[in-house]
Structures are given as C-alpha cells and as structure tokens.
Design a protein around this ligand. Sequence first.
Ligand code: ARG
Length: 576
Amino acid sequence: MNIQALLSAKVSQAMIAAGAASDCEPQVRQSAKPQFGDYQANGIMAIAKKLGRAPRQFAEQVVANLDLNGIAAKTEIAGPGFINIFLDPSWLATQASLALDSDKLSISGVAPQRIVIDYSAPNVAKEMHVGHLRSTIIGDAAARTLEYLGHTVIRANHIGDWGTQFGMLIAFLEKKQQEQNSDIALSDLEAFYREAKQLYDQDEAFAERARSYVVKLQGGDQYCAEMWKKLVDITMAQNQFNYNRLNVSLTRDDVMGESLYNPMLPGIVADLQQKGLAVESEGAIVVFLDEYKNKEGEPMGVIIRKKDGGYLYTTTDIACAKYRYETLKADRVLYYIDSRQHQHLMQAWTIVRKAGYVPESIPLEHHMFGMMLGKDGRPFKTRAGGTIKLADLLDEAHERALTLVKSKNPEMDPEELNALAEVIGIGAVKYADLSKNRTTDYIFDWDNMLAFEGNTAPYLLYAYTRVLSVFRKAEVDEQSLTGELFLTESREAALATRLLQFEETLLQVAREGTPHVMCAYLYDLAGLFSGFYEHCPILAAEDNQTRQSRLKLASLTARTLKAGLDTLGINTVERM
Ligand code: ARG
C-alpha cells in the first residue's frame, strides 16, 4: 500500500479541476505532527503563485474538488494554504487487513528494472578489513530492498584481482607450494602478502621471476593463469566465510573483478583516441577534461594508459560502466564506494558519457559513505595503529554480545547462548552502521551499539521477540486469527498508519540507497507498538472481537518488523 502515491494522485486531480496544469506537483508528504493530520499537501502555495491566485482561496477550491470519500475522515486547510489530511480509521483498518492477507505486505510493486549494484570489492591476497564493512553491508541492504520491491538485482563484486603485484604473488605462491609440497591454505593472507613483498624487495632473482610472471599472466600463459585463479579462489573462499557470517547475500557467482575488464582496455583506449577524446601526452594516453581544472586552472589530464603501456584504475572503471550497460543491460547502476573515490568515479563517468558508452538516461550513481572512526574521532584502528581485520571485529562482537546475554540469561544453555550472541553481536555491528546516514563518518562504539535502549539492534530484536511473545501467551497461532480488524483507539490508528507506510519507506531506501531510513522507520514502529501494547490490552481485552483485532495488529507489526530487518540483512531470534 502506497498511501502517499494514492493521495498524491487524488490531490493532483483536484488541483487540475481547480485550474492547475496537468503536471502540477501536489507535494504530498507524511505529516510531522499529529495536529497536521497524517499527510499534508504542500504544493498549493507554489501552484497558486504560478496561477496568480490567492493561496488560501485556491486551497479551498482544491479541497472542494478533493474526493477522499472513504479514505479520509477530514481535510483541513492550515496556515497560508497547506492541506492536512486525516485518514479514516475504517479505511486504515481495511488496508491493514489486506496487508496482513498478502504475502509481501501488500506492496503495490514497481516497474521492474535491472539494477547493477557494485559493492564489497575486497582485494585478492588480502584479508577483508573494517574498511570493507560499510560497502559490504550498505550495498547488501540496497540489494535486498530493491529485490523486495520486485527489481532484478545484479550483484557485482568488483574485487581487486588484477595488477602488477600478481607476478609477485604468483612467484610467492609457487615458492610456498614447493616448500610445503602441497596446496597451502592461505589462512593468513596478510602475512602472505607481507612476506611476498619482503622477498620481492630483498631477493633480486625472485623479483626477476615475479616480473616475468606479470608479463606471462598478461599474455595469457596457462600456468600463471592457474596460479592466479588459485589466489582468487583462496581469497574468495575466506571472504565467503565473512559474508555468510554477516548474512550478506554475496556468493562466488557475484564476483566480477577488475580482471574481467582487462580484455576491453586496449579497444577502449583506441576508441577514445579515435573519437578525439584521448591524446598522447609525454608518451602516455590522456583525456583532458574541461570539467576538472588542475592547480594552474588548466583542464585536468586523466591518464588512461601509462607510458609503459599499463592501464589504470580509471580505465577499468570506464570499461566496467560500459560493460554494465551493454552486456548486463543495466537500467541503473549503483556504486557503494567510499567518498574518497568520488572524484575518480566522476572522471571515469564523464569520459563514459562523452564517449557515449552509457546514455544519460541510464543513471550511474555513486552512493558514497564516510569512514568508521574510533572513539577518539580518528580512523578506526587497532591499539597498535594497524588495520582491523573484519573477522577479528566480528569475533569481538560475538564475545561482547555473549557476555551481555549471559548476564541477562544465566540459566540458558551454552549452545543457545552462543547462537543468540552471534545474532545480537553481528546484528549490532551491522545495525550501528546501517542506522547512520551513510554520507558522513561515524564513531564505532561498542557500548552504544550493544545497548538495549535507543535505535540499536538489541532494542529492535528484543521488540520483535516481545511481539511474538504475545502469541505465545495468547496460545494462538498467528495464522489462525479470525474476525475483523478494526481501529477504535487513537494508538491503534497511529500504529496501523505507520505499518502501512512500510512501502513508502522501502521506496525511499530504493531511491536514495539510504538504509538508515528503514532503521528509523522500524525504530519508530517498535516505539508505537510498545505504546499500543501498554495502553490497549490485548490478552485482557474487553471482548473477544477486540482481542482478535489487536492480535491482528500485533501480527502485522511482527511481520513488518521482520520484513524490514530482512531488507537490512539483520537476522532475528524468537526469544531472548
Ligand atoms: N577494490 C577497491 C578498493 O578496495 C574498490 C572497488 C570499487 N568499485 C569500483 N568499480 N571501482 O578500494
């Protein structure tokens, strides 16, 4: 149910009948305060001005033409010409009933698009660290949300699996295999990379072999290709462990690393030269962009092929955008990459648009995010100043959550405690991140994210179990509720209205790629439920009809909380 869209259509009809143009913007929004009704139309003033009419008078005429029969209980004109709409509880009750009967909470569905989402993107032969967390979980929430709405999502894990360092890595893998005479488990990728680099810097013969392997790998040599693939496999098997633990929906099939675009690069450089967009400059091939000026105020040169013939990160991203449009047939492409890479992307896409590789009608969107900071406000690091491995962070989350749940449930058996700690610990880390507006940096704080009060995972997970406990206490099955859903108390109507705004919330997250909007919605919903629960007795309701109706509202609340948390990739538990 999309109330906003329904009311927008109705108000705009009335505006046209009152003399507005057919493309008028009614600007219907959820009202911020109960005295302004449930929704308000803010478009009157702007349209009246255009028409040269007095806003209040125009508003009166719009309201006279506004047909909200059966939908609204009343409409009011406020201030200079806002129209406040108060929804009719019996209409809300009907809509809530319909939502309860539908398997996707009666979302009206969208015109389905093919949407490519670029997220996670760790690097081969390196372990995932906290720097990959935000892209991984925010991108995954976007993917889940878009899928829930009915879009086709193509997950693109743009892993760093190409570059000159692979000669060194192959040579080192070879050495390790010879020493151990068997395939190694790269359980410590960080050490592997570090040792490879050390050897490369110290041992000239090794460095020589490494350099020859790069050339061979680029030339398609089979041995080198196999060794390269081994490195990718080992890394991605290890990353998959993190993905599974994080309840992130990426799999090995979603890998579309930098190497995929490598064969396209020579053609792209030649094409850009041929189109007159790229020129030779000091031996390199460069695109000069008027849109970006250097310190001297001259057009900035973006190198797409180095003097030594090597290609760059930008060249790959040009090819990658082209591929996503041409080959993957994307209608829209979202990139979850930190804000420091914004200029890089803008340059690549400026070139992509100029070359006509992706038409302007296909949005390429950088959904950027800030950094995770420590409590001291500096980039989040280990005590010794090193980068924090993602796996270590998740272990710590588990440990901390375990201490917490143990203290709350001293009687619980260890296995159950462990399972609970995993859900709460991982949920807390994810939720703390997802609930913040992604565009800014945020402070990573264990105590805040594990608190049972406030907009946190423990609070929401607990709220969800509380709703479920109503059914356990009532000894009824959610599926077997009978009778009508009706709304008599204002708290019931407020809860129902918010429940019916689930689709509007999903749509906003889908449009802006901002899961914090869903978090804020769920937090608000949980609060409304607890107000309802306190003031509108369910099990002790005055009669069975009221009891059934309130159980239905509770059931819709449980399903909406669960569906919302699912779009965020947050696991739930039945009791805690
Ligand atoms: N691997 C890169 C990094 O770790 C991120 C890649 C993002 N995606 C892209 N299409 N450039 O910084």
